[in-house]
Write a protein that binds this ligand. Structure first.
Ligand code: ZN
Ligand code: ZN
Length: 224
């Protein structure tokens, strides 16, 4: 198992993977998470300029909101899927599609300011199967839509996966499982199958710590 560093920002958890000459980071958190973020980096003995790449799981404000500030501090490259790229350029969340009562209430009561953020031009816009070898890790980024059209996941050769909101856990639901917010839940399950087929052994998520691949397989089997 590879060394994964988890930065717990509260609502969101960011993951870091160590490459040859720096770290790859999944997501940026909300724009107001920056203080906590820097504190956690320091605690892990990581300097901001060691962050070389920030992968945007998708363009919701809790994942992309901090991008502009983080770019300034780290000078990391920003990688996003083409389907979610324009939202980042405009600094708005892509469509939030709640599926449960809790997330519907959250969505109804959420102020607009929670959905908007500082716009930023991404450095790398991908479609699928993007190799991260240039960043010193044996891993790739794959297109795993469903939560949003442009949701992407990182998966390493050894099977460590960062899947963001392809699955969700606390506080959006009690235990990790299918996302409580998803534009297309059928597409989510297709993406789960892809993540499994690509050899994932452990899947880290943004809300909650991780979901076991065994559990993902069980849920998929039940649906058939
Ligand atoms: Zn989201
Ligand atoms: Zn989220």
């Amino acid at each position: 198992m590879e060394d994964v560093i988890i930065l717990n920002l509260g609502f969101n958890k960011l993951q870091l993977l160590k490459g040859k000459d720096g770290y790859i980071q999944m997501d940026a958190g909300y724009r107001w998470d920056i203080k906590r973020y820097l504190k956690l980096l320091k605690k892990n003995n990581i300097k901001p300029d060691e962050i070389k790449l920030i992968i945007v799981n998708h363009a919701h404000a809790d994942h992309a909101g901090g991008l502009k500030k983080l770019k300034k501090i780290t000078n990391a490259k920003i990688l996003v899927h083409e389907e979610d790229a324009d939202y980042i350029r405009k600094g708005v969340s892509s469509k939030v599609a709640p599926r449960t009562l809790l997330t519907k209430i959250l969505e109804w009561t959420m102020p607009e300011s929670f959905k908007n953020y500082d716009p930023i031009e991404p450095d790398i816009v991908i479609k699928d199967n993007y190799s991260l070898e240039d960043f010193g890790v044996k891993a790739k980024v794959i297109h795993t839509p469903g939560h949003t059209a442009g949701t992407i996941s990182l998966i390493t050769e050894k099977g460590t996966a960062f899947i963001g909101c392809c699955a969700q856990g606390f506080p959006l639901r009690l235990f990790p499982g299918p996302p409580s917010v998803a534009q297309d839940i059928d597409l989510v399950y297709t993406s789960w199958q892809r993540i499994i087929d690509e050899g994932a052994t452990e899947a880290f998520i943004s809300h909650g710590k991780s979901i076991s691949v065994l559990k993902m397989k069980k849920i998929l089997k039940k649906r058939k």
